[in-house]
Design a protein around this ligand. Structure first.
Ligand code: T4K
Length: 368
């Protein structure tokens, strides 16, 4: 009798011997945080890997969101998606900004550009979309709207590590993009994150802001925060980066098998790859039509759980349903019919680099 749970994800762990070697170097140097050499090296290697000009490392994926809003002086109202992890909206709240929820496009689960303009008011200063599950937003249309109304665009790209459209990094869209390197992500530094910016001056400003605003030993240029990544996690990140391509390839193979075996199951739908996109296969969401499938999403979630398969309902409940936000006018379900419907039907199946054929046999047998 097998009693090991199959989890929705599993962290990509670096080689322990190599990590130990790097820890030895850190111990010898006694330089353990504050822009150390591994931190500098990781910023450089990540910028190269991700095909972006500048990247500033952070201690998680939430602080770059908060810091981006600070750096761009965003105030008033920001248009955002209710279909994300709570950190997206929380970053607005922490800056005293009013979130304005706009419905999503069922074809991508991303902010629906066609619904943005009617939500813009005289207080709107920015748009904060999410590349949900790593599926790229319609960045051209969002930029067109932003330019028309003079709005900033900050992408929460927590799921979009390595995602490219026609060979160009999706992280170069908008004014800034943020990443999460949490343990559950395609690429992780245990906890960690980053802010992607387009020019050196902005990179310098972000580096001040994540270090309390210090420009020099005696000068503070702004009320910054402590968002610095340390040397130990930077070293971990350097090693993890060597493995990430292979991990994404393993995930791709998993997606291929899920799709081929679930395509004919009535009542279950999923996303196919988008043309011209290099996906990272960070999640494998399916959408359950209870009537056609013969079981509700929650019944399926429970059935899988009873058999040791821990799928997750990312993103249910919607952010707009949480007590903190549900009183907002834009949080009314009548304003967000697509997001509400998808939140009630989505289930993210196990998806990670170590998922074995045996595990997949079990998951697929339960689903069918
Ligand atoms: N924006 C977006 C769009 C995001 O999705 C997130 C984070 C953020 C911003 C903020 O970034 P961070 O500040 O977190 O860097 C997880 C993560 O904690 C969170 O990072 C992530 N999004 C969110 C979507 O999912 P949980 O509560 O679902 O994680 P947890 O602990 O239940 O783990 C899920 C499964 O992963 C476990 O069942 C087993 C596996 N796991 C997890 C951990 C932590 C492991 O095998 N090892 C581990 O160490 O939130």
């Amino acid at each position: 009798m097998e009693n090991r749970n199959i989890t929705v994800t599993s962290p990509l762990l670096p080689d322990l011997d190599e990590f130990h070697q790097m820890l030895k170097e850190i111990w010898d140097s006694k330089w353990i945080t504050n822009n150390g050499s591994f931190h500098q090296q990781l910023e450089k290697e990540l910028a190269d890997y991700l095909k972006v000009p500048y990247i500033s490392l952070f201690t998680n994926g939430t602080l770059p969101l908060i810091t981006a809003l600070q750096a761009l002086h965003v105030t008033g109202e920001v248009i955002t998606t209710p279909y994300s992890f709570v950190a997206t909206t929380h970053s607005l709240w922490w800056n005293g900004i009013k979130p304005v929820f706009v419905d999503i496009d069922p074809a991508t689960c991303n902010l629906d550009p066609a619904k943005i303009e009617s939500a813009i008011t005289s207080r709107t200063t920015a748009i904060m979309p999410v590349h949900c599950y790593g599926k790229p937003c319609d960045v051209k249309e969002i930029q067109r709207i932003a330019d028309k109304y003079g709005l900033k665009v900050i992408y929460d790209a927590a799921h979009a590590f390595g995602v490219e459209v026609e060979g160009e990094s999706i992280l170069n869209a908008g004014d800034m993009s943020t990443l999460s390197f949490h343990a559950t992500k395609v690429y992780n530094t245990i906890e960690g994150g980053a802010l992607v910016v387009h020019d050196e001056k902005t990179k310098r400003r972000i580096d001040y802001l994540k270090n309390f605003g210090f420009r020099s030993e005696t000068e503070v240029v702004a009320p910054g925060i402590n968002g610095k990544m340390d040397e130990i996690r930077s070293a971990y990140g350097l090693l993890a980066l060597k493995q990430v391509d292979e991990s994404i390839e393993r995930r791709r193979q998993t997606a291929v098998r899920y799709r081929s075996e679930l395509r004919d199951v009535p009542g279950i739908t999923f996303f196919d790859d988008m043309p011209g996109v290099r996906h990272n296969y960070s999640y494998f969401p399916i959408f359950v039509d209870a009537e056609k499938y013969g079981m509700t999403r929650d019944e399926l979630y429970q059935k899988l759980k009873d058999d040791g398969v821990l799928s997750r309902r990312y993103f249910y409940p919607l952010i707009s349903s949480f007590d903190t936000y549900k009183g907002l006018e834009s949080a009314n379900p009548s304003n967000l019919p697509v997001a509400n419907h998808i939140a009630d039907s989505v289930l993210c199946l196990p998806m990670h680099h170590e998922l074995s054929e045996h595990d997949m046999d079990k998951i697929l047998a339960l689903l069918k």
